[in-house]
Design a protein around this ligand. Sequence first.
Ligand code: HEC
Ligand SMILES: [Cu+2]
Length: 357
Amino acid sequence: MIYNTFKKLERKIYSILVFSFLFLSGCDYDTNQSALDPKGPLAKDQFKTFELSLWITVILFILVGGALLYALFKYRERPGDENKPMPKQSHGNPLIEGLLVIAFAVVLVILAIPTLKGIKMMKELPEEYEKDAITVNVKGYQWWFEFEYPDLGFTTANEFVFPVGKAVKINLVSNDVIHSFWIPKLSGKTDLIPGQENFMWVLADEAGEFYGQCAEYCGDSHAYMLFRAIAKPQEEYENWVSNMLKDPTKVAENSTIHDSHFKSLASKGEETLNRVGCLQCHMIGDVGGIIAPNLTKFASRGTLAAGWMDNNTENLKKWIWKSDQVKPGNLMYRSVEQMNLTEEDVDAMVAYLQTLK
Ligand code: HEC
Ligand SMILES: [Cu+2]
């Protein structure tokens, strides 16, 4: 009987293995949000701890699973065993149990050492990186991130740029509920908590766009709360900074726009945006509110709606026109709905926003 049950179970195990192979084959280790592809010293240190615990678990799995399989096979009931007397029963073995307790205590200590070291490394920037480090203050809002560069005196949103090979000291707070700041390829998560400042740092060994994501459930559009950490070579970073420091140019005075049709459209959009009240919430240059993403250099960002969509004409129009369809529950939709905008208003504002480079 037991033998038959075992046979059935065996088949189940095979089918689970085949199915998981089919489904898991879509996974890869180096996708945009993979923590298995570390690109900086902090992420690499954390990955090592992960690998250590993975290997320890694999070895334990093989030892325990092997012993179990051995016992199952060796002592299984065979046809004809029904009439034999019950083998001698025993309960507990103090020596084996004592040794196992000691063995597991040793395993825990082996895991605790790199874990504690890793936590310390994450919370305090190692001295060697201190000299060249830049500082960025991050504030979490329902459902986007604000990035302030306190030493440079400007604020941006949803994308932050930093030099390759240099540490970024990151101070984290929240405007509303608890969020969590996570750039899988650069570091583990740290919470953004209202009323408490947390610290972490990142350093990227190579240039690139690293995907970030809020990792603490924070309401309706939590899953759409992304951001980008963009590492650029020093010179490009400096160009980016000097552009960020320039005031936005009025459309009429913008000499880089040559298409006269586009220019008049953008000019109309500038007027509309100022009139309908977008600046109650958004800041452009030094005018506007601070409860929504700063739009000063909006056109130089690659993404829109907190990293959720590419920043292009079609998506931008969709966002202003019907932002609830893009991000359910977002805190802009109701106010814009009450503005009763026409499609022409939206097209014109899209053109204006695209001049904010
Ligand atoms: C009630 C405040 C409020 C008003 C008014 C408002 N917005 Fe927004 N806006 C927001 C918030 C909040 C977000 C962030 C939404 C999110 O990503 O969850 C946002 C996001 C945006 C973004 C995307 C920014 C980014 O980097 O992802 C654009 C562009 C934008 N708004 C344009 C406008 C325009 C144009 C108007 C006027 C027609 C307007 N907004 C009016 C609050 C407002
Ligand atoms: Cu969240």
